[in-house]
Design a protein around this ligand. Structure first.
Ligand code: AVJ
Length: 323
């Protein structure tokens, strides 16, 4: 069959602008002030994140890749999946290992990458079709956290959510997300989840506050996004990047600390935001997991953890669940 590339846009064009306005208004008028991490990823933020994945201190990408390379064939064989759905697919670089492994077994005929970035989807599809000319790709421009309807494709499906991005969700959001994933699945389908694991705080903090300042630039970039999109006047030099380990919740918090008392104006929202000296704006949580409690969360969502693989160092895990 000729390679089929379809792209379906389920995000209305102005969805992003409206969502950013709502998130900034809600987040910067709350206590403590927060911004959702999804806004990191404009072109500059995506570049900085790609650079982060190459930093010696930032182990998650390498650790997950080690597991995927070692286990992709086993994962594809165990699931017999004929459709791979990837939530938050980005450049699909992680998925390539699964698609390469599946190609040998030719069980996988359809790939459904889901991302908010149409350009990332089109770029990834071009590369993948070169390597897998017979693969049917049905790309979805969608925000998977806001409900998702998948196209009809051959079952069983393997739904993958990799990279540890599950850690960006607060516990309540995680429960909702996992329930939404369960709702996408039918008996015989599988869910593959990448999760960073609890470890010594020094290693964790270093991964989110590298000495070369790439993560600091990534963190501050969200202020540049708000400046550009909403006409705000954040002074990026008047905020300092902070990464802390919250031992109670077992998550890393990235924050931007106001180095002085200052007022930031956001004309598009007709808003002026006061920061006290030392006040911290939380820009991301990155939760770290334990096998037992993550298993409980999956089961509460109606998913049944079946397989668990880690890298040699036990730093990161892939968990395969059935329904
Ligand atoms: C892409 C969300 C998995 O939480 O580790 C990297 C983003 N933040 N460095 C993570 C991130 C700071 C990353 N995720």
């Amino acid at each position: 069959s000729f390679p089929l590339f379809r792209l379906t846009r389920t995000l209305p064009d102005d969805a992003t602008a409206a969502a950013l306005r709502a998130d900034v208004l809600h987040g910067l008028t709350g206590t403590p002030k927060t911004l959702p991490p999804k806004w990191f990823y404009d072109a500059r933020g995506s570049e900085l994140f790609d650079e982060i994945t190459t930093l010696p201190e930032y182990y998650p990408t390498r650790a997950e890749r080690e597991i995927l390379v070692a286990r992709a064939a086993e994962i594809v064989a165990t699931t017999g999946a004929r459709t791979l759905v990837e939530l938050g697919s980005g450049s699909s670089d992680k998925t390539r290992h699964l698609l390469d492994a599946a190609a040998e077994r030719s069980s996988l005929s359809t790939y459904v990458p889901v991302d908010v970035s149409e350009s990332a989807l089109r770029g990834a599809a071009k590369v993948l079709l070169d390597e897998h000319p017979a693969l049917d790709i049905h790309a979805l421009v969608a925000d998977f956290t806001r409900g998702l309807t998948l196209p009809e494709t051959p079952g069983p499906r393997l739904v993958a959510f990799l990279g540890g991005t599950i850690g960006n969700l607060l516990p309540g959001e995680r429960a909702e997300f996992l329930a939404a994933v369960r709702a996408l699945m039918s008996p015989g389908d599988f869910f593959l989840l990448g999760a960073d694991l609890v470890k010594d705080p020094a290693t964790l903090v270093a991964a989110y506050d590298d000495p070369t300042g790439v993560t600091a630039a990534f963190d501050k970039n969200v202020l540049a996004v708000v400046n550009r999109e909403l006409g705000a006047d954040f002074d990026l030099d008047a905020f300092a990047h902070v990464a802390v380990w919250d031992a109670e919740h077992e998550w890393i918090e990235m924050r931007l600390r106001s180095t002085a008392a200052q007022t930031v104006k956001i004309p598009a929202l007709d808003l002026a935001v006061d920061f006290a000296a030392g006040e911290e704006l939380r820009t991301e949580i990155s939760a770290k997991f334990r096998r037992e409690s993550l298993g409980d969360e999956l089961r509460q969502a109606g998913l049944e953890p079946a397989r668990w693989w880690t890298d040699e160092g036990g730093r990161f895990a892939l968990c395969l669940s059935t329904v």
